[in-house]
Design a protein around this ligand. Structure first.
Ligand SMILES: [Zn+2]
Length: 90
């Protein structure tokens, strides 16, 4: 995922701007791992293997995303991340 492409993305929920936190880049400056955060609704969209996970809430697989976030918390010393603004169990 190239930075230029990411700059064109907006939140699928409210179309607001996203801020990017990069964890891993490759030698061509493609973003391999990172988090996109919506400035308006505070949803977080992980970038995994260069692919941003930007599904609507009902299609998000938080159970699959959460272990990645847990690893990032350890590897990159980031603070706890709530992927959705409201807690969604299951
Ligand atoms: Zn949003």
């Amino acid at each position: 995922m190239k930075l230029k492409t990411i700059n064109k993305l907006c939140c699928p929920f409210d179309k607001q701007d996203l801020t990017l936190q990069v964890f891993v880049k490759d030698t061509e400056q493609n973003i391999i791992e990172g988090i996109l955060s919506c400035t308006a609704c505070l949803r977080k969209y992980p970038i995994v293997y260069g692919v941003p996970i930007m599904s609507p809430d009902e299609y998000r697989q938080i159970k699959l995303e959460q272990p990645i976030v847990e690893r990032w918390k350890i590897d990159h010393g980031i603070e706890d991340i709530r992927l959705l603004p409201t807690v969604t169990e299951g």
